[in-house]
Design a protein around this ligand. Structure first.
Ligand SMILES: C[S@@+](CC[C@H](N)C(=O)[O-])C[C@H]1O[C@@H](n2cnc3c(N)ncnc32)[C@H](O)[C@@H]1O
Length: 349
């Protein structure tokens, strides 16, 4: 399974999972992203919904799109989005850069199909999507002006190989802008579960995150979506509904996860496991230099700045300011991109 595994290193849930539904080691795209109906619960502004200035998380996304767009080098037109999921940032970025051509590359054919459908629905014609792996990009050498990656580089089985590929496809002076999870857990270890509907199946996911070593282990149980299984799945969902949330998932005690697993495992049609390394922006900047980038710097995160500014405007009852917040978030996106910080990374080829 993993080189680092020792029996003492496994949680109770992991041990039971391996007994009750021995998991097959997979890549993250096949294990999870290929199976989910919608990535991000159908909640992405500019992809699933239209931009709404009354919603705090939309400020965050609007600032980020402006940030990504602002790094396109003068005269550049070719943009690559690594791992776009359902088309983010590709689709809103293509709209923000009407002269550019955006190509999203994702190993999951289902995510590619969903991204294409979303672009069509939004009438965006300068974004296209192909199936491919970050570690072998289907793109020529030095042919890309701007590459972006949002929560995708860290999903690659071999992130360093993907970084070398990004260095290969960017032209000299081309820019890579990366948003990745900044690994700072609220506790040394965190266990979460997710009960969702997949494509023609139900899914039960258990994730174990550890601060040190910085990594995430994700187990997925695939279940048929009918009869008593559906009932057991729904009961588990109700049972965990009031538990605290973390990373958009449900934070649980190990025993709760085991109890759900014991009820659902007998019905599983597939069981998978993936282990992903996690990192900080400093680590990422060093790894990008190692992969062949000329410069790599950490910066502030424009999304965080947009949320703070929006909340400030709300507190001051500047309702008019919030209603026209798109312009404010766009401005923040441009400015904050250039400020020092530990939120995102930019690298130049
Ligand atoms: C967490 S989702 C992020 C999606 C989107 N960029 C966003 O921010 O909403 C991770 C995406 O990375 C993709 N992915 C996984 N492994 C990959 C790889 N080796 N190369 C490129 N993309 C990959 C997954 O299929 C998935 O669509």
């Amino acid at each position: 399974m993993s080189d680092t595994d020792t029996p003492g290193d496994l949680t109770l849930t992991e041990r039971r999972w391996r007994e009750l539904a021995p998991p097959e080691a997979t890549a993250s795209a096949g294990g999870l992203y290929e199976r989910v109906r919608l990535w991000s619960s159908g909640n992405l502004p500019g992809v699933d919904t239209t931009y709404d200035p009354r919603q705090e998380h939309h400020w965050h996304y609007a600032a980020l799109i402006e940030d990504f767009a602002s790094w396109l080098p003068e005269g550049g037109a070719s943009v690559l989005d690594l791992g776009p999921g359902d088309g983010w940032p590709s689709i809103p970025l293509a709209r923000a850069l009407p002269e550019a051509r955006v190509l999203g590359v994702d190993p999951s054919p289902r995510r590619v199909a969903v991204s294409r459908a979303n672009a069509g629905r939004h009438g965006v014609t300068n974004a296209s999507f192909v199936a491919g792996d970050g570690a072998a990009l289907p793109v020529g050498d030095a042919s890309v002006d701007l590459a972006v990656a949002s929560h995708a580089l860290e999903e690659c089985a071999d992130p360093e190989a993907a970084m070398r590929e990004l260095a290969r496809v960017l032209r000299p002076g081309g820019v890579l802008r990366v948003q990745s999870q900044v690994w700072a857990l609220p506790a040394e270890e965190l266990e979460t579960v997710t009960l969702t509907e997949g494509v023609d199946c139900l899914l039960f996911t258990y994730a174990r995150r550890t601060q040190e070593p910085a990594r995430e282990r994700r187990y997925v149980l695939v279940l048929p979506s009918d009869g008593s299984v559906a009932e057991a799945h729904r009961d588990a969902l109700v049972e965990t509904a009031s538990a605290p949330r973390a990373y958009g998932e449900t934070s649980v005690e190990g025993l709760t996860a085991v109890a759900i697993l014991e009820r659902l495992a007998p019905y599983a049609t597939a069981s998978s496991f993936v282990e992903l390394r996690r990192w900080t922006p400093d680590w990422l900047a060093d790894a990008l230099l190692e992969a062949g980038f000329r410069e790599a710097t950490t910066t502030a995160h424009p999304g965080d700045a947009a949320r703070l500014a929006g909340r400030g405007a709300l507190r001051a009852s500047e309702v008019a300011a919030v209603a026209s917040f798109e312009a404010v978030t766009r401005d923040l996106g441009r400015r904050v991109s250039r400020e020092a910080g530990a939120g995102m990374v930019v690298a130049v080829r």
